[in-house]
Structure formats: structure tokens, C-alpha cells
Design a protein around this ligand. Structure first.
Ligand SMILES: Nc1nc2c(ncn2[C@@H]2O[C@H](COP(=O)(O)OP(=O)(O)OP(=O)(O)O)[C@@H](O)[C@H]2O)c(=O)[nH]1
Length: 225
């Protein structure tokens, strides 16, 4: 894995790093990607890995339900008051890109109610390859795809694959069963993203979310620097 954070750190993105009382607000990282690629599982693993070192909260987005939040609550990855569900009621990308008001309110309410917070993870509802977050909502974004969705996804591109601050190719454990060529996926991702980082992970393996957690730590270090 090649991780080069410097040109794309969150400090370069957000002009509004402070709250109205002058305190530093939480770094906001968005996770988007197709349905079932492993966004909630990645959020859960990040919470377990980082919760003892960072003050964390999560906002989930579902179209009609609160299933993702309920999963995180059931798994007890964070205390319940640190997990908020937004029911988008429409295309998931509308709520993270076009009308971000419900998500912004959720993020700000979390900071008011359980802050000060270091990091808020905002998980989008599952969508298609065009879904990206507004820079008014998050400081950095992770796009999660999986090997079972087809090994031609990195080649097909789209804004999530090409421009996300981190591309995660999840479920590498399934590659032999679905005939996905990981080397080809890596070469295609490199061609689409140049120096932007890519992580291949299996949440079923021992290393799990380690590389993504390292990237998040680096983003947080840049944010607070
Ligand atoms: N084999 C394998 N399964 C995984 C991995 N990561 C997640 N899963 C499983 O994939 C399924 C979907 O994972 P989720 O985390 O719910 O996916 P999601 O992207 O949040 O799905 P939506 O919110 O519906 O878009 C679940 O059954 C997970 O347990 C992985 O690395 N390997």
C-alpha cells in the first residue's frame, strides 16, 4: 500500500475548522460507496480500533430505515448517544451532496451534545459510482468498493473511485471465489487515481481495518497540526 497524505490532507480542504465559540471542531470523514460494499462494517471496525484514542461519533444515512445505526448500536461500537441516524427518504447522494442540511444538523448536534469530539464518521447510504460528499459536509472522504462487485469497477472510474481521498477495495478474502483479479484492480485504480492512496482490505482477516485506521490517524494529525 502506498499512502501519501500530504497534498490532500483535510487542512487543505476546510476553511471552517472552528466552532462559533472558537474551539476546534471535529474532523469529519465521509464514507460512501455502492450498496453492501462494507461501509458499515468498516465504520464499526474503525470505531473499535480508534475509540480509546479519539473522541468519536458516527452519523449513518439510510433511505427509509435506521438499520446501519441499529447495527452499530447492537454491536456496541460506541455509546448510543454517539450514534445518530439520518433517514434520507430519497437518493442517498442528495443528502450528502446537494441538500446536506439534515447531515450538518446531525453532526452539529453531536458536537453540542457529546462534544468535544475529535472525529465524526459520516456514512452515506449505499449508492452508485457517482456519489460523493459535499466539501461543506466532510473534510475528507473514503470510497468503499468491494471485489465481489466486479473487478472492473476501478477501471470504470466515476468520481468516487477517481477523486475520493482514500479508495478502499474491501472483501479481498472473496477474490478467489468470485474470480476477481486484485492485481488488475490495483493497476486500474492507480491509473485512475495517480498518487491518491488505495487500500486493499479484508475485514475477515487479522489485519482488518489497520491500514484505513492509519490513514484516519494521519488525517487527524494533519487536522490538528
Ligand atoms: N467476506 C467479507 N464480508 C464482508 C467484509 N466486509 C463486510 N462484509 C460483509 O458484507 C455485508 C455488507 O456489509 P455492510 O458493512 O453492511 O455494507 P454497507 O456498504 O454498509 O451496506 P449498505 O449500508 O446497505 O450500503 C455484511 O454481511 C458484512 O458482514 C469483508 O471484508 N469480507
Amino acid at each position: 500500500m502506498h499512502l501519501d497524505h500530504t497534498p490532500h490532507g483535510p487542512a487543505a480542504v476546510s476553511a471552517d475548522a472552528h466552532r462559533t465559540d472558537g474551539s476546534r471542531r471535529a474532523l469529519r470523514i465521509g464514507l460512501g460507496g455502492p450498496v453492501g460494499s462494507g461501509k458499515t462494517a468498516t465504520v464499526a471496525a474503525l470505531c473499535r480500533t480508534l475509540r480509546d484514542e479519539l473522541s468519536l461519533a458516527v452519523v449513518t444515512n439510510d433511505i427509509y430505515t435506521r438499520e446501519d445505526a441499529e447495527f452499530l448500536l447492537r454491536e456496541a461500537v460506541l455509546p448510543p448517544e454517539r450514534i445518530t441516524a439520518v433517514e434520507t427518504g430519497a437518493c442517498p447522494h442528495t443528502a450528502i451532496r446537494d441538500d446536506i442540511s439534515a447531515n450538518l444538523e446531525a453532526v452539529e448536534d453531536l458536537e453540542d451534545e457529546v462534544g468535544p469530539l475529535d472525529l465524526i464518521l459520516v456514512e452515506s447510504g449505499g449508492d452508485n459510482l457517482t456519489a460523493t460528499f459535499s466539501k461543506g459536509l466532510v473534510d475528507a472522504q473514503i470510497f468503499v468498493i468491494d471485489v465481489a462487485g466486479g473487478d472492473d469497477i476501478p477501471r470504470k472510474g466515476g468520481p468516487g473511485v477517481t477523486t475520493a481521498d482514500l479508495l478502499v477495495v474491501n472483501k479481498t478474502d472473496l477474490a478467489p471465489y468470485v474470480g476477481s483479479d486484485l492485481a488488475r484492480m490495483a493497476a486500474d485504480a492507480k491509473a485512475q487515481r495517480a498518487e491518491l492512496p488505495v487500500v486493499f482490505q479484508s475485514l475477515r482477516s487479522e489485519s482488518g481495518v489497520t491500514d484505513v485506521a492509519a490513514w484516519v490517524r494521519a488525517q487527524f494529525a494533519a487536522w490538528t497540526a
